[in-house]
Design a protein around this ligand. Structure first.
Ligand SMILES: Cc1cc2nc3c(=O)[nH]c(=O)nc-3n(C[C@H](O)[C@H](O)[C@H](O)COP(=O)(O)OP(=O)(O)OC[C@H]3O[C@@H](n4cnc5c(N)ncnc54)[C@H](O)[C@@H]3O)c2cc1C
Length: 228
């Protein structure tokens, strides 16, 4: 009843395979840096297994989101060399993200435009990921507290990751809006040409000075900032 639109950062393996025979080898099955310790041989592709319990008897297959049927998952995964005898304790499934069209509905202080005083945060607000969801929670909580105390609600500058996420939520074309992890593409373009190697440091310095300026505004306009 709903057309599946996948988040690019978390595609099911079968969707990746449809994009090309080698797509998985350049994605979750990338063998880079994993030469065999004895022979030095570089594998064609690898599956990363992450321990799920202390005993090391359960592992999860990193990056293997899938909506294949359970029998198909067992059949396909048992064709991977070394996994012929694996028992599957829990099979994969796809999760659905619920989010609003933030550019249409949210203002820069994460309040619903049509219902000021109602703050949204987390995944529902249109960000993706643990840190991003928590970051929006931090802002929404800070703003809600300040609103109650009749203090101003300064928006973090776009040079900071907090500001870049707010910018994504509020300035993206509503017709194209999709949740996003934080990434440099959300930040304003660099004002001057900077060598690739030095861009990270430059952006970090810009972000830190933007954050410091924002914290001063919070303190000036409201007497004390909760953000450390
Ligand atoms: C399988 C999977 C793997 C993921 N892997 C990663 C990863 O590796 N890295 C990463 O950064 N992100 C990952 N994510 C995304 C990340 O989990 C979410 O972006 C993040 O948890 C969203 O945080 P949130 O607090 O907004 O929502 P949630 O973590 O979903 O929290 C919402 C909470 O509200 C509760 N709730 C819902 N309705 C009600 C109600 N009516 N009353 C009371 N409580 C309610 C829910 O039970 C839940 O506890 C993954 C998500 C999934 C599903």
């Amino acid at each position: 009843f709903e057309k599946a639109k996948y988040f690019e950062g978390c595609l099911p393996i079968e969707v990746m395979v449809e994009r090309g025979r080698d797509t998985l080898r350049f994605g979750p099955m990338k063998p880079v840096g994993l030469a065999h310790p004895e022979t030095g041989e570089v594998p064609h592709a690898v599956v990363q297994l992450r321990a799920e319990n202390k005993e090391g008897s359960m592992y999860n297959m990193v990056g293997f989101q899938t909506k294949l049927t359970y029998p198909e998952q067992k059949r396909v995964f048992q064709t991977i060399p070394g996994m012929e005898e694996a028992d599957f304790v829990r099979l994969g499934s796809i999760h659905r993200n619920t989010f609003i069209c933030a550019p249409e509905l949210l203002d820069q202080t994460l309040q619903m435009k049509k219902r000021p005083g109602l703050f949204l945060a987390g995944q529902l607000s249109g960000v993706e990921g643990y840190v991003e969801s928590t970051a929006m929670g931090l802002l929404a909580g800070l703003y809600a507290g300040r609103l109650l105390r009749k203090k101003t609600l300064p928006v973090p500058p776009a040079s900071t990751a907090l500001g870049a996420l707010v910018r994504h939520l509020t300035e993206t074309d509503p017709g194209r809006f999709q949740p996003s992890n934080v990434n440099f593409g959300l930040f304003p373009p660099l004002a001057k040409k900077i060598r690739k190697k030095e861009r990270g440091l430059f952006r970090a310095e810009q972000a830190l000075s933007g954050l410091a300026a924002w914290k001063i505004r919070l303190a000036e306009q409201g007497g004390g900032s909760a953000v450390q």
